[in-house]
Design a protein around this ligand. Structure first.
Ligand SMILES: *[C@@H]1O[C@H](CO)[C@@H](O)[C@H](O)[C@H]1NC(C)=O
Ligand SMILES: *[C@@H]1O[C@H](CO)[C@@H](O)[C@H](O)[C@H]1NC(C)=O
Ligand SMILES: *[C@@H]1O[C@H](CO)[C@@H](O)[C@H](O)[C@H]1NC(C)=O
Ligand SMILES: *[C@@H]1O[C@H](CO)[C@@H](O)[C@H](O)[C@H]1NC(C)=O
Length: 311
């Protein structure tokens, strides 16, 4: 409309202007009419474009790393690992999630962490109760968050996620009824057989709300948390959209049979990082420190020297 309308109007103007003044006036009215029409049509056209291409709209993701209150130093490390990453495709918020604090020391130190980083969620549960934390996590979110997200992840604290490939993989996916992760058993390539590993799985917000409201999860909170989530969704006939991202998600080489393989460039997540040498291997393999510049401020440390360290 817009492209075909304008050239015709310009041609008319050029032909009419030299001839008669009344004709020029009517051309002006015609011009106003066209401009008015375009103004009415443009917003409509724009909104249909947005509806046709939802993947161009940035989306939001909450990553909740389930951990324990005492692991201050590990949180510090993970804040570095995630603090230097970002993705233009998504608004990604990271929170550390644990149960009730039990010691006075925790209350003081975690208050400091919250003042500085504001990235802590304390759930109403008790940490030594092995089961039910994942249920409490998802079912509490609609009540305690001040915003909603398109997606919510539950992640372990021994996993390394690469946010850019993660966001790229989510961008074209449905924003509702989605269950995304690394499907267990290890050799399964069918996202419906049978559930996503607890290393890090994602639910769309409608499923988070469903978990908060349905009796199915509320009645069934004891057992391996990742398998439970799969069971709830199956029994509720939920998560028609399921994505298992293999081989981009996996366990660290040699850690867990067929769930493990060598590090690969297209990695989204590496799980079971239990030791420093494993984290160092991963950080070096993915060139995580490549932005480091040589400087007089840190004598001897530069990108190359990181690769000469013995691990
Ligand atoms: C926290 O959990 C306890 C035990 O399950 C319950 O009695 C209490 O009402 C809960 N508190 C809130 C604020 O939800
Ligand atoms: C967690 O702490 C709150 C406040 O101290 C308490 O009311 C609640 O019962 C505790 N919840 C559990 C599950 O221990
Ligand atoms: C959940 O448990 C309650 C009480 O035991 C029961 O009445 C209800 O039918 C159960 N709901 C589901 C969906 O299993
Ligand atoms: C890391 O950087 C090296 C050297 O530039 C490159 O060869 C390698 O492909 C990079 N690795 C990844 C996983 O991008």
């Amino acid at each position: 409309m817009m492209n075909s309308g304008k050239p015709i109007l310009n041609m008319n103007q050029k032909r009419l202007v030299p001839t008669k003044l009344p004709l020029m006036a009517s051309a002006l009215i015609f011009l106003i009419f066209i401009v008015f029409n375009l103004c009415i049509k443009n917003p409509f056209q724009h909104s249909t474009n947005v509806q046709n291409y939802p993947s161009t709209k940035p989306f939001s993701l909450l990553i909740g790393i389930l951990t324990r209150a005492d692991k201050h130093e590990h949180r510090h490390f993970l804040r570095l690992i995630y603090g230097i990453q970002s993705s233009p495709l998504a608004q990604i918020d990271l929170k550390f999630v644990f149960c009730n604090l039990t010691k006075q020391e925790q209350r003081v130190l975690i208050a400091l962490e919250i003042l500085k980083f504001n990235d802590i969620i304390i759930l109403n549960c008790s940490e030594n109760m092995n089961d039910g934390k994942t249920y409490t996590y998802f079912s509490s979110l609609p009540k305690i968050l001040s915003q909603t997200y398109d997606y919510v992840m539950k992640a372990d604290d021994d996993v390394y996620f690469r946010l850019l490939p993660l966001a790229s993989s989510l961008q074209p996916l449905p924003r509702s009824d989605l269950y995304y992760g690394f499907v267990i058993p290890c050799q399964s390539m069918n996202p419906f057989v049978s559930y996503m590993s607890g290393m890090g799985f994602i639910l769309s917000w409608d499923l988070v709300e469903w978990i908060a409201n349905s009796e199915i999860p509320r009645n069934d909170t004891y057992g391996p948390e990742d398998r439970l989530v799969g069971n709830w969704l199956n029994r509720g006939k939920k998560a028609k959209n399921r994505v298992s991202n293999k081989p981009a998600m996996y366990d660290y080489p040699g850690m867990n049979g067929r769930c493990s393989h060598e590090l690969i460039p297209e990695t989204i997540a590496v799980h079971r990082l239990k030791r420093w040498d494993q984290w160092l291997h991963v950080i070096r393999y993915f060139n995580v420190t490549k932005e480091l510049k040589t400087s007089k401020l840190y004598n001897g440390l530069n990108y190359d020297s990181i690769f000469n360290l013995k691990i």
